[in-house]
Design a protein around this ligand. Structure first.
Ligand code: GLC
Length: 481
């Protein structure tokens, strides 16, 4: 099967969050399946272009229509990829190559990704490569199914399109004038993209894609409710027949405590007690906490954004530090209110709290390895990957039972049996505290049971093999229509 994967980010080239990780692992997993030919299309950002490690060759040039504009695009093929995935970067200096800042956040993001979406289809034509399936992701690629249906039926009559929602909070809104000025779509598509007299490209994708997926089964169900769907609940309810949840995996080669180059010591599910102890001591030293082997180290690696549940942690953090002999380490950047809160907390409790307000992938790895307990109280979480990274490294998760957290962390009892971590049901700071307390109690009062839980987590298969098989089932389904 010929599969095109289109996304605005993909590790290791360009990544701002979980989408980037998935776009590294999913295409690779699909390409390992016999008979598949997988091509990944990404923008040629300055960050990629200026990185000498990524050697590319220009293989085609063409123009992309955007309303009245005709914009230049070149296909830069990555020549030094070692697995079976073919990577094409789409180059336009004005939209991607000349912007030295973050991947997103420019005022013309709508135009940039409308360009990219249409350029993906034009690139397939230039390559004379007709995919059976286009799998595309999030609002940035939401116009792909729309263009495919509206303008590319002659070139791709049999190609089917799956649209995957990684986070429904970001939908791609634009003024109503964007439709005429930028998109060049037939007028009958206007209502499909219209929402409250504005353009909403995610709505357009849900309406036009052959299938819609999201990144966990629970999140797929949650999206039927206004609380989670951020205004799209009715649109999704009307298309619920085409919505499926497939829970992500993690890249078990990248996240591997036996081989990670970032770690001071390596371990597996047999040797973790010793290995994690070494990692913990080195980590405590690195982040300026007292090196205390028997004080439980609670950790978090997160964007400091509201929906990650930081308000719950802020509410209980001081009580937690006063009442428990425990340490707390946070790594991440984001909203100023949270950055300031955790910096202040670290000043108030220098022996117990360390706030690393930065983005550092190596340190993130050392935190997964050196932590004892991983906190993830997200208000909503489409899938979440870091709870799986934590478990792969034997760090026991405490999570809010929502979205993918619910699907990947079955709850265990106070004695550590029956599940993989400690969970709380209602989004409430005291319930979060109680779940943390259960984890701390087990650590302090029954270390063998705590270690049995760690071992069970480390032996759980979080790889992409199972989810990639589910994607294949749905691809085959679409092709049989
Ligand atoms: C988004 C979601 C996160 C998910 C990731 C990958 O970042 O917020 O929950 O794990 O995409 O699908």
């Amino acid at each position: 099967m010929k599969i095109a994967v289109c996304a605005s980010e993909g590790a290791p080239y360009c990544k701002s969050g979980g989408l980037g990780d998935v776009m590294e692992a999913l295409p690779a997993a699909l390409s390992r399946i016999e008979g598949n030919e997988v091509a990944l299309f990404l923008p040629y950002y300055y960050k990629v272009k200026s990185n000498a490690a990524y050697i590319t060759e220009k293989i085609a040039e063409f123009r992309v229509s955007l309303g009245w504009r005709k914009q230049y695009c070149a296909i830069m093929k990555l020549t030094n990829r070692t697995d079976k995935v073919t990577v094409y970067f789409l180059d336009n200096e004005y939209y991607f190559g000349g912007r030295t800042g973050a991947i997103y956040g420019d005022m013309d993001d709508g135009e940039r990704f409308a360009f990219f979406s249409r350029a993906c289809l034009d690139a397939m034509i230039a390559l004379e490569w007709t995919p059976d399936i286009i799998q595309c992701n999030d609002w940035q690629c939401a116009l792909i199914p729309v263009y495919l249906k509206a303008l590319y039926q002659a070139q791709f009559p049999k190609t089917r399109c799956m649209y995957t929602i990684h986070n429904i909070e970001y939908q791609g809104w634009a003024n109503a004038s964007f439709f005429d000025d930028m998109l060049g779509l037939p007028w009958e598509y206007r209502p499909r993209l219209d929402m409250n007299n504005s353009v909403n490209v995610m709505k357009g994708a849900i309406e036009t894609a052959d299938l819609v997926t999201t990144v966990s089964e629970t999140y797929a169900r949650e999206l039927m409710y206004p609380y989670y769907a951020h205004g799209l609940d009715n649109v999704l309810a009307g298309n619920s027949w085409k919505l499926t949840g497939i829970t992500n995996g993690i890249d078990t080669n990248t996240f591997n405590p036996e081989t990670s180059k970032s770690l001071p010591a390596h371990f597996n599910s047999e040797t973790f007690v010793e290995g994690k102890a070494q990692c913990k001591a080195a980590l405590q030293k690195e982040v300026g906490l007292p090196v205390k082997p028997d004080v439980p180290l609670m950790v978090m690696v997160t964007r400091l954004a509201g929906h990650k549940g930081l308000d719950l942690l802020c509410y209980i953090a001081r009580r937690l530090m006063w009442e428990e002999d425990a340490q707390l380490l946070i790594l991440g950047t984001g909203e100023t209110q949270y950055e300031s809160f955790f910096k202040d907390l670290a000043k108030q409790f220098p022996e117990q709290v360390s706030a690393q307000i930065t983005f550092n992938l190596g340190l993130a790895d050392r935190i997964y390895a050196g932590g004892d307990i991983y906190l993830m109280p997200s208000k909503s979480e489409p899938c979440g990957l870091s709870q799986m990274n934590a478990m792969r490294y034997g760090t026991v998760p405490v999570v809010h039972a929502t979205g993918g957290l619910k699907d990947t962390v079955p709850p265990c009892d106070a004695d550590g049996k029956g599940g993989l971590g400690f969970t709380f049901q209602s989004y409430n700071a005291d319930d979060f505290y109680a779940a943390i307390k259960r984890a701390l109690n087990l650590y302090e009062n029954d270390r063998p049971a705590f270690q049995a839980l760690q071992k069970k987590e480390m032996e759980t298969d979080f790889s992409w093999d199972v989810p990639a098989g589910r994607y294949m089932e749905l691809f085959n389904n679409m092709l049989s229509w």
